[in-house]
Design a binder for this molecule. Structure first.
Ligand code: SF4
Length: 236
């Protein structure tokens, strides 16, 4: 089977949630936060692909690639649109100080793992003057410390492994760029746990293939399906 980071993460949170989303096809509705996040990702992709380094171009890309769904009314939509402009203005200012070269935008990787295929899409990869590769993931949440450090780096380690396996290059740096806060968390890539991660991905893919969707209720309080799921322990 083919496994992406999203599928791996959802299965690791709760196998039943995986079944609801990827077997039964239930959709997670857009929220203002997720909708704005998608719009910002789309705007940045178009902006960097254009290679036009002007703020007006970035804001044009934002307007063109804006997603209007997920907002309760026009007022809320307008508030979030304006919030997005402020985030992008801050981003553009920071970009002017960049000393790295962009190597990839929405860069896809794919590699075989046992009987399975691992696929992923990296927000951005930069090359440093010393040749080192930096993997960057944009986060649009306003909450800077919303997850534990392990959760925060799991996605980047999944991507670093993907780059190593598909391009044969070991990344030097892993970075989370919190767009709303205008902050970056960067750390050197420690590849000592690659085998452990590979084994975890392969194990998850094996279990999915075997139809093992036993619910894990530890995640219920923050699950998108907590009000409707038959196994939920957090309905109220
Ligand atoms: S509500 Fe709980 S049991 Fe149901 S899918 Fe979500 S995490 Fe799993």
């Amino acid at each position: 089977m083919e496994i992406s980071f999203t599928r791996f993460r959802v299965y690791s949170e709760c196998p039943w949630k995986y079944k609801l989303m990827f077997v039964d096809g239930k959709k997670v509705p857009l929220t203002p936060a997720s909708s704005l996040g998608l719009s910002l990702h789309r705007a940045l992709e178009s902006f960097h692909r254009s290679r036009v380094n002007e703020l007006d171009k970035l804001l044009d890309c934002y307007e063109e690639r804006w997603i209007g769904g997920g907002y309760a009314d026009e007022q809320v939509k307008k508030e979030h649109f304006d919030k997005g402009i402020k985030i992008l203005e801050k981003y553009f200012k920071q970009e002017q100080e960049r000393r790295t070269q962009i190597e990839g935008i929405e860069r896809e990787f794919i590699y075989p793992l046992g009987r399975h295929t691992v696929r992923g899409m990296i927000d951005r990869m930069d090359k440093h003057p010393d040749g080192g590769l930096e993997i960057i993931d944009y986060k649009t949440s306003l909450d800077f410390d919303e997850k534990s450090p392990v959760d925060r780096t799991l996605q980047l380690r999944f991507y670093a492994l993907g780059v190593r396996e598909s391009l044969g290059v070991k990344p030097s740096w892993l970075t989370i760029h919190y767009l709303a806060a205008g902050k970056r968390e960067r750390e050197p890539y420690d590849d000592s746990r690659e085998d452990e991660l590979k084994a975890a991905i392969e194990r998850a893919a094996d279990r999915i293939e075997n139809g093992d969707f036993k619910p894990d209720t530890a995640f219920c309080p923050s699950c998108d399906f907590r009000r409707t799921c038959t196994h939920s322990t957090a309905r109220s």
